[in-house]
Design a protein around this ligand. Sequence first.
Ligand code: DC
Length: 228
Amino acid sequence: MTKIAIDGPAGAGKSTISRAAAKDMGYIYIDTGALYRTVGLNAMRQGADVNDADSVIATITEDLKVELRFIDGEQRMFLSGEDVSDKIRTPEASMGASNVSAIPAVRTFLFDLQRDIASRNSCIMDGRDIGTVVLPDADVKIFMFASPEARAERRYKELVAKGKEVTYEEVLSDMTERDKNDSTRSVAPCVQAEDAILLDNSDMTPEQTVSSVLKLVKRYKHKHRNFY
Ligand code: DC
């Protein structure tokens, strides 16, 4: 089983790149942000205040069932049996996820689920703390980065293409706030693991970034073969 950890801030292209690279290698792609989004959605649906840890913790009950299933090779998220894969993609769900992900009990709740899937499959797993906390034993660790301006520009174009009325400044300010939330929290902040390779794709196309990831994995495999 080969495990590849890809961490980095929001909008660095982790999911697009990871999905494409996983497809090329025949690995599964696991998007861990979707797990935090599902827990956040559940908390909001239960009327919890996502800024209040106790209020969120009260929604993590014995019957809370967060499941990750693969349908036609794509990850889908299920909340107590309901497919919420699309409902977790709203701006409210993004902010909710960012808030609940700072709560240690939420991270503990999702830890085993992530370890378990990775132990059974060759995979690319993306998130914020995969190389540092979830899979410190990953074979290849990549910290994917792009400047806030480059990331905001990409997200802005995506939203406009979807017909959303937003300004570049709004997107940039949202992104900066989430970055700050994710990188300054006390538990599992989004930081580069000591043994991770920094991949700055500010001036790269998605194709160039995928190709860099594939090269890094091939280099690892080559070394590995030479060793054993
Ligand atoms: O990758 P994303 O934007 O879907 O993630 C949503 C939020 O979840 C993000 O603000 C940070 C958090 N997250 C986390 O804390 N740890 C992870 N491994 C993945 C996501």
